[in-house]
Design a protein around this ligand. Structure first.
Ligand SMILES: Nc1ncnc2c1ncn2[C@@H]1O[C@H](COP(=O)(O)OP(=O)(O)O)[C@@H](O)[C@H]1O
Ligand SMILES: [Mg+2]
Length: 369
């Protein structure tokens, strides 16, 4: 028999890519779908009951949103607003939205249905693809240079050892030792520039486990001067990942955060350094052109002075650093590892709040090796 399946409308609404908000007659939020949760980075649980104006209206906006919504609610006349600005986590986002009246039945007050379409999304996707490509070219360049540096080093080291032996004079040993030590230092640097040579070995990982490893490493290293706050969603699914490489990614980012907070003396004197480790499920994330329904998100947040403005756009590029002793390799290596996991790292930063977010798809694709 040919029966179509019964449709679960809630499921349908939650799978729409359009963000949907339902607002009651007091202009308080009644419901939002998954896309809307993702757009405003807020959960239904937290949003329900809040005035919709908190999400939809900026104090600097001259348009009278309140009046327009009220008008639609009472007259039933829909209205559309183009290129409205909303603010999510300190970032301005532009949306087109339409508000219309929704009558749920005679005995109910009418509701407002608001459909939102972010318009920067297309822009952002192409920008991301560009960034990823440029990043890969830069990585290859760095690896090429590292190879060229590394090749002659073994020869120099061997020849110096021979020289030391044939001179057999402690007067010169000091100089040959300097050569050997400096050669070793260069080789280590070149190895870091090359990154891991091993292919990732994937297994199912509960990301809280590597995260906890990193937490205890950082806690030991900073001798409790940094307050570490855990905000974990323990119901997260496991991901296919290389555990050791995940630790390296989380460590590179956390060490940067700690350095930013502790090395800035003025900042350190006035603030209690805080590192927040947060885990969440995030819906509808585009990574390298692929839309994922649901991914695991790990935020590593600090309250330090923020990424210097002049490098924020290029912070993931190799050799970009704002620290005197930095190599500028930590974030580039971390981003590279995440790409191998079909994931990515994003950064948002203002003074007092810097968040590096790791996104790892969990639903599909890696075949365990
Ligand atoms: N949490 C952070 N707060 C402020 N600045 C940061 C943070 N994370 C990274 N940065 C900046 O990004 C730069 C690049 O980081 P990275 O690639 O790890 O190289 P390195 O640590 O060797 O400088 C750092 O020099 C620093 O200026
Ligand atoms: Mg670093």
């Amino acid at each position: 028999m040919d029966q179509s399946p019964a449709i679960d409308y809630r499921l349908l609404v939650d799978n729409l890519t359009t963000a949907i908000l339902l607002v009651d007659s007091n202009l308080n939020i009644f419901y939002l779908n998954s896309s809307c949760e993702a757009l405003f980075d807020i959960s239904l649980l937290r949003a329900a009951g809040q005035p919709v104006m908190n999400l939809l209206h900026l104090p600097t906006d001259e348009f009278n949103t309140y009046e327009a919504l009220q008008n639609t609610l009472s007259t039933g006349q829909p209205y559309t607003r183009r290129e409205a600005t909303i603010n999510v986590n300190f970032k301005d986002i532009h949306v087109d939205y339409t508000a219309s009246q929704l009558n749920a039945g005679k005995s109910y007050h009418p509701l407002l249905l608001i459909e939102l379409n972010p318009i920067d999304r297309m822009l952002k996707i192409s920008k991301e693809e560009n960034l990823i490509q440029q990043h890969q070219v830069a990585r290859q360049l760095v690896r090429g240079v590292a190879h060229e540096i590394k090749n002659p080093l073994a020869g120099i080291r061997g020849a110096t050892q021979l020289l030391a032996r044939s001179l057999n004079d402690s007067q010169y040993a000091e100089f040959t030792d300097i050569i050997i030590n400096e050669v070793d230092r260069l080789r280590n640097l070149a190895d870091t520039m090359l990154g891991s040579r091993q292919l990732p070995s994937y297994e199912l990982v509960n990301i809280h486990e590597p995260l906890e490893r990193v937490r205890s490493l950082i806690a030991n290293q900073t001798k409790k001067k940094v307050k570490i706050i855990r905000d974990y969603d323990l119901s997260l699914p496991e991901v296919m990942a290389d555990r050791d490489q995940l630790i390296q990614v989380m460590l590179n980012i956390s060490v940067n955060a700690v350095q930013a907070m502790m090395e800035n003396k003025e900042f350190f004197a006035e603030h209690q350094p805080e590192l927040i480790l947060r885990t969440r499920i995030q819906r509808l994330v585009t990574i390298n052109g692929v839309i994922h329904r649901s991914v695991v998100r790990i935020d590593i947040e600090d309250n330090g002075p923020g990424v210097p403005e002049e490098i924020i756009e290029s912070v993931f590029y190799p050799l970009v650093t704002a620290r005197a002793k930095g190599t500028g390799l930590g974030l580039s290596i971390a981003q590279n590892i995440m790409h191998q996991h079909n994931g990515m790292i994003e950064c948002q930063s203002v003074p007092g709040k810097t968040i590096f977010s790791l996104y790892i798809p969990w639903e599909s694709n890696h075949v365990a090796k």
